[in-house]
Design a protein around this ligand. Structure first.
Ligand code: NDP
Length: 279
């Protein structure tokens, strides 16, 4: 009985949640490391968010991942918020502390960096400016991470310009906003390029931007991971860039939560990718 009571529970809350790959990922790691624990997808409507969060620790939950549409709202409920989650304005990883407090962190930026380091080992973020397409929640995490690792300048462009301006206001003068119709001009001389828009995702229009100014040595990343090789990445590759898909970010952003809730620091490797892709 006491043994059963110790089995840790974690999961992901969103609305909807059926599409989430996180259960397959954490399930693979739980199995790989022989951890007696469970990771559960939970569809929670915004109106039920706080009540659910306050109850889950009482039934054995040690933490959660948070996905759309709760990533921002969670900050109003959490008791302790990391600096990076506050700066980004969103959290994706919760820890239910023994003192009853809810600790909220954002690991998207760290996941983004770990993905590029793993899949473009020669990537030198401080070697030149970066170009970021999009200014949504993911762009905020990417911009914060780029600044933290020493990118000298970030050029950013978003269909709705005020959202990019808001990022500049929050993150400072390292960001330079370009108009969406001139987004391709950002590419000249940049060494890192990231698509953070949802364009290119299965079911959405392609992300099309003229890549004539793309430096052949640039590292180009798409946060989209379905499909793995977007049309944007395929064209960048043809132009000599090193391309990195978005799946590695999904895997790496999950690792800190798994370690905190279940113990082992999980490896992100080809078997992990395949486990998630085949789920
Ligand atoms: P948001 O909804 O916060 O932002 C969406 C972004 O896409 C905005 O910049 C939006 O521009 C832009 N966009 C949407 N439709 C269009 C369009 N038709 N034309 C031009 N721009 C458009 O989403 P997130 O930032 O959370 O996520 C963005 C993408 O990143 C998604 O594909 C998501 O799956 C992916 N992602 C991947 C992660 C990973 O681990 N690989 C982690 C997090 C996100 P506007 O402001 O003008 O609407």
């Amino acid at each position: 009985m006491t043994e059963l009571a110790k089995i840790p529970l974690a999961g992901v809350i969103g609305h909807p949640i059926a599409h989430s790959r996180s259960p397959a990922l954490h399930g693979f790691w739980l199995c790989r490391y022989g951890v007696k624990g469970h990771y559960i997808p939970m569809d929670v409507a915004p109106a039920d968010l706080e009540t659910t969060l306050r109850h889950l620790p009482k039934i054995g939950f040690v933490g959660l991942n948070v996905t759309l549409p709760h990533k921002e709202a969670i900050l109003k409920i959490a008791d302790v918020i990391t600096d990076r989650a506050a700066l980004i304005g969103a959290a994706n990883t919760l820890i239910f502390r023994k003192d009853g407090k809810i600790h909220a962190d954002n690991t998207d930026g760290a996941g983004f960096v770990a993905n590029l380091r793993q899949n473009a080992p020669h990537w030198a973020p401080s070697a030149g400016p970066a170009a970021v397409f999009g200014a949504g929640g993911a762009a905020r995490a990417v911009a914060a991470a780029l600044i933290e690792i020493g990118v000298p300048k970030i050029r950013i462009s978003n269909r709705s310009r005020p959202r990019a301006e808001a990022l500049r206001a929050d993150f400072g003068a390292k960001l330079v906003v370009y108009d969406w119709v001139q987004a391709a001009n950002m590419l000249e001389g940049v060494t890192t390029v990231i698509n953070t828009t949802s364009l290119g995702m299965a079911g959405k229009p392609e992300f099309r931007v003229p890549l004539d100014a793309l430096e052949p040595g640039a590292v180009v990343n798409d946060l989209v991971y379905n499909p793995l090789k977007t049309a944007f990445l395929a064209e960048a590759e043809q132009r000599g860039a090193t391309i990195v898909d978005g799946l590695g970010m999904l895997l790496h952003q999950a690792a800190p939560g798994f370690e905190r809730w279940f113990g082992p620091a999980p490896a992100v490797d080809e078997a992990t990718r395949q486990a998630v892709l085949s789920a």
